[in-house]
Design a protein around this ligand. Structure first.
Ligand code: SAH
Length: 360
């Protein structure tokens, strides 16, 4: 048996490694399918509850992996609009948050994090306020999905994933893609790849790496790029990372993503009062996006208390969207959910530096 590093928890291993570990333990191959069915289809994360396995097998699995999950749920918050947010602590004491969003079209969406903290430093976002700590592992990313899925009643399952929690996903792409493989594989969570959206601050080399992986594996995930400003001067003020690439390079990588994968790219635009919501910004955006097969997603700012930025009025949001639309740009407005539970990226992790209690 090739030596496989001992890691924490079952979810850290892909199927190939698991098969090797299980057969190395003297278990027949079909045991893997049984365990995977318990975890992914039957929402069971304790080996002890896998009742079609013998007591010895359950003991062996526990000795080998410890448990299916490795984190600890520190808190679960539920808001009036039934958005739920989990704060999870990993074995090294670091914490991330993930969110379950429900809507009236029966979508059940998991919003997951890829890093502890964030190095991008977007000026309006809570995730980067304390800098970057570390990447999450494949298992830690997957565990968020497993835990959010378990919040739903037995007969319901997650229908969508948005990688829009804490961190820059394209800077932890290998772990993310490995986790998403389990989310989208037929004997995993079996979610359509079309229902998975990866949101990036806009790192051209990362977008190209993702496109290559899509072409290689046929998993056409949806890409969303955070634009937030229509010119480089303003964009660098809002997203310091912009100094390393610039808008035209990002748009070129996004165009290539569309050409290579056939998936239309969404541009996110967090609208901030007085900063990027002026008439000249509309005109510059129209110029950038008019001839592109793209859609712009306007996100009215969800204000973070320590940061001095405000949400534009509903009238300004409607005006901004209307101006773009009337000039041929396709627009969607993303209405905020879970405001009262701090559901914007990174807010919960910052508020709770000491152990909170469960609320609901
Ligand atoms: N790092 C990724 C994912 C961030 S979260 C990225 O930059 O795309 C998804 C989107 O929400 C991003 O466009 C992000 O800039 C935006 N966002 C973060 N905090 C926000 C806030 N407080 N209000 C509105 N949008 C926010």
């Amino acid at each position: 048996m090739k030596s496989i590093d001992k890691k924490n928890g079952f979810l850290e291993y892909n199927s190939t490694d698991l098969l090797e570990i299980l057969t190395g333990l003297g278990l027949p191959k079909f045991r893997l399918q049984q365990v995977r069915r318990w975890v992914f289809a039957r929402k069971t994360t304790s080996f002890d509850k896998m009742t079609d396995l013998s007591k010895e097998t359950r003991k062996l699995l526990t000795e080998q992996f410890g448990s299916v999950l490795q984190g600890k749920e520190l808190a679960c918050y539920r808001s009036d609009d039934s958005t739920e947010k989990l704060l999870i602590e990993w074995t090294d004491g670091e914490r991330v948050e993930c969110v379950l969003l429900r809507d009236n079209r029966n979508h059940r969406t998991a919003c997951i994090s890829t890093q502890v903290g964030c190095a991008m430093g977007c000026v309006f976002c809570a995730s980067g306020m304390d800098g970057f700590v570390r990447n999450l592992s494949r298992g830690e990313i997957l565990e968020q999905f497993v835990r959010l899925n378990s919040l739903l009643p037995d007969q319901e399952r997650l229908t969508h994933v948005v990688v829009m929690g804490i961190g820059e996903p394209l800077l932890n792409l290998d772990a993310l893609l490995s986790a998403l493989d389990e989310v989208t594989v037929s004997d995993g969570f079996d979610l359509s790849v079309r229902r998975v959206t990866i949101s990036t601050v806009g790192i051209p080399s990362g977008i190209r790496k993702l496109a290559e992986s899509v072409v290689r594996n046929g998993k056409g995930y949806k890409l969303a790029v955070s634009l937030h400003a229509p010119n480089d001067g303003l964009r660098t003020r809002i997203i310091p990372q912009n100094q390393f690439s610039g808008i035209s390079e990002i748009l070129k990588a996004a165009d290539d993503y569309f050409k290579q994968t056939g998936r239309r790219v969404t541009f996110e635009y967090t609208l901030i009062a007085g900063l990027n919501d002026q008439p000249e910004h509309v005109q510059q955006l129209v110029h950038l996006l008019k001839n592109r097969t793209a859609i712009i997603n306007i996100i009215p700012l969800n204000p973070v208390s320590e940061l001095n930025f405000q949400t534009p009025s509903a009238k300004t949001v409607a005006w901004f969207a209307g101006q773009l639309e009337s000039q041929g740009v396709q627009v969607k407005i993303r209405f905020r959910k879970g405001d009262k539970i701090g559901a914007a990226c990174g807010q919960l992790r910052r508020v709770h530096r000491t152990t909170p209690t469960r609320t609901g």
